[in-house]
Design a protein. Structure first.
Length: 167
């Protein structure tokens, strides 16, 4: 069965219709190319309670396998996506954002300014990506090869993480 994903763009200007969302569609297309079914996409303002509520709904009601956010991970006072995510996570998956930042640092030193987090709630994996379409695609590319295995393990259908890698 194909994995199901939700893509949430976090942007005050995008949610107000003042800026076209290009990061969300780029990430959704990338996930579809990797075999995911996109359950839904949405654009939300940089409001911690609204972001947390959307994440909880995606995990607990929609039962998505993966929720990817794009935007709200920088140093701006309005960037609260990591805080909204941490508020709903049951467990962090710190290696995911570490891998994404490492890959992005090979391209730009500004990558170290990303505060994105990742973790699980129930059987859903949540990953924060940067708001730039280029950065979001690069970050997701860094972890896409292991997502299927990680989701299988999270959902109790996968094997040993220490076994041979067949990417």
């Amino acid at each position: 069965m194909r994995k199901q994903a939700i893509v949430l763009t976090i942007s005050d200007q995008g949610s107000a219709g003042l800026r076209k969302d290009t990061a969300g569609p780029a990430v959704a297309a990338q996930l579809e190319e990797h075999g995911f079914v996109i359950l839904r996409t949405a654009i939300l303002p940089d409001e911690q309670a609204l972001i947390s509520e959307a994440l909880i709904q995606g995990c607990d009601q929609a039962k998505a396998d993966l929720i990817v956010t794009t935007g709200g991970t920088g140093l701006s006072p309005r960037d609260v996506t990591p805080e909204a995510t941490l508020a709903v996570l049951e467990r962090e998956a710190r290696g995911i954002p570490e891998a994404m930042r490492y890959a992005s640092l090979q391209i730009t030193p500004k990558a170290c300014l990303s505060r994105g987090v990742a973790g699980t709630r129930g059987t859903t994996l949540i990953i924060n990506l940067s708001g730039s379409p280029k950065a979001a695609v690069e970050q997701l590319s860094a972890v896409l090869p292991v997502l299927d295995h990680g989701l299988d393990v999270l959902q109790g259908t996968g094997g040993d993480c220490g076994g041979p890698y067949h990417g």
